[in-house]
Design a protein around this ligand. Sequence first.
Ligand code: ADP
Length: 447
Amino acid sequence: MFSKILIANRGEIALRILRACKELGIATVAVHSTADADAMHVKLADESVCIGPPPAKDSYLNVPSLLAACEITGAEAVHPGYGFLSENARFAEILADHHIGFIGPKPEHIRLMGDKIEAKRTAKRLGIPCVPGSEGGITDDEEAKRVAADIGYPVLVKAAAGGGGRGMKVARTAADIEVALATARSEAKAAFGDATVYLEKYLEKPRHIEVQVLGDGRGNAIHIGERDCSLQRRHQKVWEESPSPALNADSRHKIGTVVANAMRELKYLSAGTVEFLYENGEFYFIEMNTRIQVEHPVTEMVTGIDLLNEQIRLAAGLPLSFVQDDITLNGHSIECRINAENPTTFRPSPGRITYFHPPGGLGVRVDSAVYQGYVIPPYYDSLVGKLIVHGKTRNECLMRLRRALDEIVVDGIETTVPLFRTLVRHPDIANGLYDIHWLEHFLAGSP
Ligand code: ADP
């Protein structure tokens, strides 16, 4: 096992990693930009190193600084969290060249899944059902028209290097396709430096259902249930739950088995998530994320598995702590992503938290790095914390979430808590009747 780990991230996930390390008896190194000197995980870490000025490209994405921090502190491995360098295969390789462990998948799998066209090809080869679409990248507009006519409108133009919901454009009819291609290409070029796009059938009313996996890199892999992340705004998840209200034991078992078999064949290492759209009882692969995800706690709550602990153990070469038959789903869990944003306009609201009271009690978990007096810097994403609740049934979980949302107080900044107070009381949510467009329609005033 490692004796010292460097946490190459910030915010709530840095604290989450730190907690896992402490519980394993591993010493921790926090790295931070000058804007994050007062961060909670910096205060709690055994050592901390300032790695640069506020812009992420000069600090959290600054590989030479991170290597120097490893060298100075003698850290044996790096946990990248999510975002930043977590899905950067080159970073994993550079660490390996310096004999430093990367707590994540093998570089070749990060690279493979980072290219969505290659990822889809691989998924198909491994027997995972995919969204109908173009065979590969589309460069020619005439070819795009032929493919779109073939799969049938509406179609979605997607960036091969896409992420965070960017570089995606819908074409409802043949008249829209040229504009959709041009906008998606330029958005992809600007955001990812790669203008490659591909086409997919645009599904009208799917749910977003993803399967959590763990692999030991030697051909053992298990699936540990699904998360339903259909409540989204601008293709970004807002509310996640496990299990999905839309699946029964049979469909869960079926898709989980397909995914676990594929991961075994791939010899996948570490935690990963295989994402699907689910419509009319069918699953369609969209992408795989080769990292720990924001919404991992709902899986932890219903399975009792500490995913960060597993990631660290697997990176150290230890075997999986479980076999498939050990995994059982217990009750229901929901997570709300609380952002420092106006709950109606979603305008970011950085600044000082003048009063903070987190909710508590049975089945309530708050994963947040904020504290009273903390100043949310304006340079990074607006996630201030996650409220995760667990109940024996979905209904108990909803009632618990309702009362936890009534307890939480965050003063000094605006947050999206009021939105969640409304959502948790909505009949469609209570009945689990929502697809990936529900929240956008609701916010536009037409649920
Ligand atoms: P990103 O990597 O940018 O998050 P994804 O491929 O994971 O992109 O898609 C993000 C979201 O976009 C999905 O959860 C879904 O809401 C929507 N989406 C993606 N592909 C399709 C599709 N073929 N049809 C309808 N919606 C889609």
